[in-house]
Design a protein around this ligand. Structure first.
Ligand code: C2E
Ligand code: CA
Ligand code: CA
Ligand code: CA
Length: 273
């Protein structure tokens, strides 16, 4: 028993060691990356589900490290949250997104906002300043937040979101359906948009209850006056079902992958406005 116990703890310790070394490497590299301008936004179009006309884009952070190669936001965003760099990274995303919005007339630009960043004391003021300095119309800036925001202090989070709404900024609830107590939050706060998580979209073609659930979500959002976006649509079959349940907007590889601003402009130029 002693031997197996020891064996387990050795395996545990060494894998933990590798993970924490990687984390440390990433955190060091984040600091340098910010100083050296290694971060860039890519943009993924959101289109009208019926006409496929582009309505807006979602800004997604990209990081190409000279030695470590490309690191996914799924890894570096949590790292930035842990080591206190998310505010700086978030400010960069907000600024670059607003600058991009100026070059994309009529299209909304959505930025993902971490709970830590949103709850930062000066956040609403910094958004206001950014809108003024870039001249972007507030309703063209969409901020995407997840339910995890409401976990700590829902009351305080709602206050923040209200202040943003007052500015005229649009607020979207991201990854809808992956968290807890979703319905309670929807009643408590009037989001402009509800983004239905990719996991639901994926199961649409396989499970008949998935279709009933998404249908209900879309209906309910309609009653509450919210727009709906289906995330991660990859196939024509998924698109057909999304259309049949009258979800407003579609985002996913079927329409376009996230791309650099110049590529996005080329992509837009080849489409009906
Ligand atoms: P998210 O906000 O849910 O963004 C959607 C993710 O799904 C993106 O991954 C996008 O590239 C991917 N995606 C889009 N369409 C499809 C599809 O059809 N199929 C599949 N399989 N995937 C699709 P990405 O760019 O790796 O970003 C991952 C997450 O990192 C984002 O999830 C978001 O939570 C976070 N993130 C990215 N950029 C930022 C940022 O600037 N700030 C913050 N706070 N978070 C960010
Ligand atoms: Ca998002
Ligand atoms: Ca999402
Ligand atoms: Ca997500």
């Amino acid at each position: 028993a002693k031997r197996s116990g020891r064996g387990r703890s050795v395996v545990y310790a060494s894998s933990l060691g590798a993970a924490s070394r990687r984390m440390h490497t990433i955190e060091q590299a984040l600091r340098e990356g910010l100083a050296h301008g290694q971060f860039e936004l890519h943009f993924q179009p959101k289109v009208d589900a019926r006409s496929l006309r582009a309505l807006g884009v979602e800004a997604l952070m990209r990081w190409e490290h000279p030695v470590l190669g490309s690191i996914s936001p799924g890894e570096f965003i949590p790292a930035a949250e842990r080591c206190g760099l998310i505010r700086e990274l978030g400010a960069l995303a907000l600024e670059h997104a607003c600058l991009a919005a100026r070059e994309l007339p009529r299209l909304s630009v959505a930025v993902n906002v971490s709970p830590l960043q949103l709850m930062e004391p000066g956040f609403v003021k910094s958004v206001e300043r950014m809108l003024v300095s870039t001249g972007v119309g507030p309703s063209l800036l969409h901020l995407e937040v997840t339910e995890s925001l409401m976990m700590e202090d829902a009351q305080a989070a709602f206050k923040r979101l209200h202040a943003l709404r007052e500015l005229g900024v649009h607020v979207a609830l991201d990854d809808f359906g992956t968290g807890f107590s979703s319905l309670a939050y929807l009643r408590a706060f009037p989001f402009h948009t509800l983004k239905i998580d990719r996991s639901f979209v994926r199961s649409l073609t396989e499970h008949s209850d998935a279709r009933a659930i998404v249908n209900t979500i879309v209906q309910m959002a309609g009653v509450l006056g919210m727009r709906t976006v289906a995330e991660g649509v990859e196939t024509e079959r998924e698109l057909a079902i999304i259309r049949s349940i009258r979800c407003h907007e579609v985002q996913g590889y079927l329409v376009a992958r996230p791309m650099s601003l110049p590529k996005l402009k080329d992509w837009l130029a080849g489409r009906p406005i």
